[in-house]
Ligand binder design. Structure first.
Ligand SMILES: CC(=O)[C@@H](O)[C@H](O)COP(=O)(O)O
Ligand SMILES: NCC(=O)COP(=O)(O)O
Length: 238
C-alpha cells in the first residue's frame, strides 16, 4: 500500500501572506487526516516563509497518522526534529534562499555527514529518509549511510510526463528497483499531481509513500480539500 502524506507548506504560505491565522494550518492538518490522508508532511525552512518551527511543534500532538518533517539538517532543524520526534524525518539538501527543493543529496560526497545525522535520528527512534535524484549510484550511497528509506525527487518525471511519460519514468523505475534490492523503503515526491500520479504508482507499485503539496492544494481550490484527497487516494489504489 502506498500512503498519501499531504504537505501543508502551501497552506502556511497563504496564512503568512496576511499575518493572522487564516487558514488555520493546524485545523487543515487535522482535516486532511479526517478526509483520508495517511500522513502529514511539513518542510520548515530557515526563514520560516512557509511552515514555521512553532507550527511543527504544535502539529505533532494533533497528528494521528504519520508526521514527516522534511528539511536541511542544519543545527536548529536537527534540534527541532529531535524535540518533536516525528514518525519520519526526510533530509533534503536545500540552500537557504532556494525557491523550493530542486535536487537530491550527493550521498557519496556527503556520506560521513549523512551517516552521522541519520545515526542521531535513528537512535531517537525516528524513521529516516534521504531525498535523492533517480540515480542508482545515489540510492546505493544512501544505503551506505544507514537510512531506512529514500525519497525520489520526482520533478524531472513530472516535467517530462506530458512529452513522453515512458521515457520520463525510466530512471525512476531503475532507481526504485535498486532501492528494493537493497531493502530500502521507498518514498517519492515533488510536483506529483492528479495528471501524473497514477502512472507513477502503476510503474512502481512498491512505493511506500508519496508526499504531495503544491498540486494538491491548488486542486483543492476547485474541488475542495476532501474531494481532492479522495481523488489522490484513488490514484494510489492497487
Ligand atoms: C522536498 C520536497 O520536494 C518538498 O518538501 C518541496 O520542497 C515542498 O516544498 P514547498 O512547497 O515549500 O516548496
Ligand atoms: N516531498 C515532496 C513534498 O512534500 C511535496 O512536494 P510538492 O508536491 O509540493 O512539489
Amino acid at each position: 500500500m502506498t500512503k498519501l502524506s499531504v504537505n501543508i507548506n502551501k497552506v502556511a504560505t497563504i496564512r503568512n501572506a496576511r499575518g493572522g491565522n487564516n487558514p488555520d494550518v493546524l485545523k487543515v492538518a487535522v482535516d486532511c487526516e479526517l478526509f483520508g490522508a495517511q500522513g502529514i508532511t511539513v518542510h520548515p525552512r530557515p526563514d520560516e516563509r512557509h511552515i514555521r518551527y512553532m507550527d511543527v511543534r504544535s502539529i505533532k500532538p494533533l497528528v494521528k497518522t504519520e508526521l514527516n518533517i522534511e528539511g536541511n539538517p542544519i543545527d536548529k532543524y536537527i534540534e527541532l526534529v529531535l524535540e518533536v520526534c516525528p514518525t519520519q524525518v526526510t533530509l533534503v539538501p536545500d540552500t537557504d534562499d532556494q525557491l523550493t527543493s530542486n535536487h537530491g543529496w550527493d550521498t557519496v560526497a556527503n556520506r560521513a555527514f549523512l551517516t552521522d545525522v541519520i545515526g542521531r535520528f535513528k537512535e531517537a527512534g525516528i524513521r529516516t529518509s534521504i531525498f535523492v535524484d533517480p540515480s542508482c549510484k545515489m540510492v546505493e550511497g544512501a544505503k551506505e549511510c544507514g537510512t531506512d528509506r529514500i525519497e525520489l525527487y520526482t520533478e524531472p518525471y513530472a516535467a517530462g510526463y506530458p512529452r513522453n511519460r515512458e521515457e520520463a519514468i525510466k530512471p525512476f523505475v531503475e532507481a526504485a528497483k535498486v532501492a528494493k534490492e537493497l531493502g530500502l523503503g521507498l518514498n517519492a515526491g515533488h510536483d506529483l499531481s492528479l495528471e501524473n500520479l497514477t502512472y507513477f504508482h502503476r510503474n512502481i507499485p512498491w512505493l511506500d509513500e508519496v508526499s504531495i503539496g503544491h498540486a494538491l492544494i491548488c486542486d483543492a481550490l476547485y474541488m475542495g480539500l476532501g474531494n481532492t484527497i479522495q481523488a489522490y487516494l484513488a490514484c494510489l489504489k492497487d
